[in-house]
Design a protein around this ligand. Structure first.
Ligand code: FAD
Length: 489
């Protein structure tokens, strides 16, 4: 049993202010509507928290200082980067007893080592800022998310984010060579060496990556850089069905190998939502219209990049598309010939989450499957859901190249609030997750567990996994002060 929490009195407030500066400790009446919307409500608007205070340290040392104070006073800490978590991992609970540790002021670029192809940045640097810094040096940091302007390097590592280029470059974990972490006791473990090989005991870096703020606070990271590609070919195409889309993926991988960087799927209902709510974002697919819909149920956004020049890359992509069309794997294809056309294609894909948010409540999933199982899973899952709720709407899109689908189910109008909604959500989750597990998949491919999938993880993780995870948590955070109530139930 934890000791009772000390109250936030004048002496403790002064100590916090001394540690980080008075402007960086916000509490009580200072937490106006705009701060609450920014820091205490999650991106999807599903979780609304309260907190003792929002504290924003400006350095690793200040972070250590704050963690030590919180540990001494028994104050739970919720680390927050850009607050773009899609599983309610980054906002405090409703108790008003947790400290929100906002890491946005840790935003310095520490070092770019061009010969080692590494970039060391602080945790609060946004993803887009980090990518731009690499680009300015003629290099590429390839992690790519639609939330890049807001999400931070610390958040992407704490969630092991995926995004649109995992097929070629891997997830945030595979792009990280070193970390600096403030532990639950306020110590600092730092290994920002940038080594590509280092077999000296347990891999602490990999333990902290994906731990969603429950094992330590990431304050800096050394990231892998790559040569910036010279040519980039992008195409938007339609496939007759999911089976053809998966066959096209295999063909593209065999033909383009590492040159295939993105293979994103947009099923017709996802396209229709963008057309309906954000029509200016849907211009890239001219044969579609709000009334007629697409010619085929699956759109694919494919990207081919490499060190060769643009003409070579376009030729390779064009040959692949012609071959695929001859095999009946696609019905229509458009290649981007200008930067603006390419951007329009990506806008269409990346505006789906916002279009869904505008549409309203849906039961959302972030599932992962072996790509070979996707077509069969989609058929079985669609049949099972429509048998139970003929009027439900299935909105599916995502990173088909990685076997990662966002599979979202909108309830019929009668089930959109109160107990019927809660029952619908739980029953849909059971159907989706049972079939995912039967097909050898995962219930969370890239968004993590947070608050949303805690119970599902507890119910569905392999029996041996949870005791091991709890033992790790106990060893690193015995008082359970770091992001309690997230990840582990
Ligand atoms: P937050 O949301 O602030 O926090 C996320 C989790 O990490 C929380 O548990 C928090 O406590 C913890 N945390 C944050 N910073 C630290 C730190 N420094 N140290 C320790 N713990 C920390 N995700 C994908 O994987 N792929 C996508 O394609 C993708 N697309 C998205 C598109 C949109 C429009 C949106 C809104 C979100 C998307 N996401 C995607 C989800 C989200 O952007 C990622 O999970 C991102 O990694 C979160 O970063 P953040 O800085 O916002 O972290």
């Amino acid at each position: 049993m934890n000791a009772p929490q000390a109250p936030l009195d004048d002496a403790r407030l002064s100590a916090l202010r001394e540690a980080v500066g008075a402007a960086h400790v916000l509490h009580g009446q200072q937490l106006d509507a705009s701060l609450q919307a920014r820091h205490l409500r999650d991106w999807r608007g599903r979780y609304q928290g309260q907190c003792l205070a929002i504290v924003s340290p400006g350095s690793t040392e200040e972070t250590q200082h704050i963690v030590r104070l919180c540990a001494a006073w028994g104050w739970p800490i919720v680390p927050q980067g850009g607050n773009t978590s899609l599983v309610g991992g980054s906002v405090p609970d409703g108790s008003g007893q947790q400290v929100l540790l906002h890491l946005g002021r840790l935003n310095k670029v520490r070092h770019l080592d061009a010969h080692n192809f590494t970039l060391t940045v602080e945790a609060g640097c946004t993803l887009d800022h980090t990518r731009q810094h690499a680009a300015d040096a003629g290099m590429l940091y390839p992690l790519s998310l639609a939330s890049g302007g807001q999400c931070t390097i610390g958040g992407t590592l704490a969630t092991n984010a995926g995004g649109t280029q995992v097929l070629r470059y891997g997830t945030a974990r595979e792009l990280c060579l070193g970390l600096e972490v403030v532990t639950a006791s306020g110590a600092c473990w730092s290994e920002l060496s940038g080594l590509r090989k280092n077999n000296t005991g347990y891999d602490l870096r990999d333990l902290f990556i994906g731990s969603e703020g429950t094992l330590g606070i990431i304050t800096a990271a050394t990231l892998k850089l790559f040569p910036a590609p010279q040519g980039c070919g992008t195409a938007l195409l339609s496939c007759p069905d999911a089976q053809s889309a998966v066959a096209l993926l295999s063909l593209a991988r065999q033909t383009l190998d590492a040159g295939l960087v993105a293979f994103e799927a947009i099923e017709s209902q996802a396209l229709q939502l963008v057309q309906q709510h954000l029509p200016h974002m849907a211009r890239a697919w001219p044969s579609a219209s709000a009334t007629t819909g697409p010619a085929s149920p699956w759109l694919i956004l494919m990207e081919h990049q490499g060190p060769q020049d643009q003409t070579h890359i376009d030729d390779e992509l064009g040959r692949l598309l012609a071959h695929a069309q001859a095999k009946g794997l696609l019905t229509e294809a458009i290649m981007a010939h200008t930067v603006a056309q390419r951007q329009a294609m990506w806008q269409l894909r990346e505006s789906i989450p916002l279009a869904e948010k505008t549409e309203g409540l849906m039961v959302k999933h972030d599932i992962g499957l072996p790509t070979s199982a996707i077509a069969s899973w989609l058929a079985q899952c669609g049949t099972a859901l429509r048998a139970r709720w003929p009027d439900c709407r299935i909105v599916c899109f995502g990173h088909l190249g990685d076997g990662n689908l966002h599979y979202n189910v909108q309830p019929p109008p009668t089930l959109r609030s109160g107990p019927p909604w809660a029952r619908f959500e739980s029953d849909v989750n059971d159907i989706v997750f049972d079939l995912v597990q039967a097909h050898g998949g995962t219930i969370s491919a890239e968004h993590g567990i947070g608050a949303l999938r805690r119970e599902a993880l507890a119910a569905r993780a392999p029996a041996e996994a949870l005791p091991l995870m709890r033992a790790i948590k106990q060893a690193l955070d015995p008082a359970c002060l770091l992001n309690p109530g997230r990840l582990l139930a």
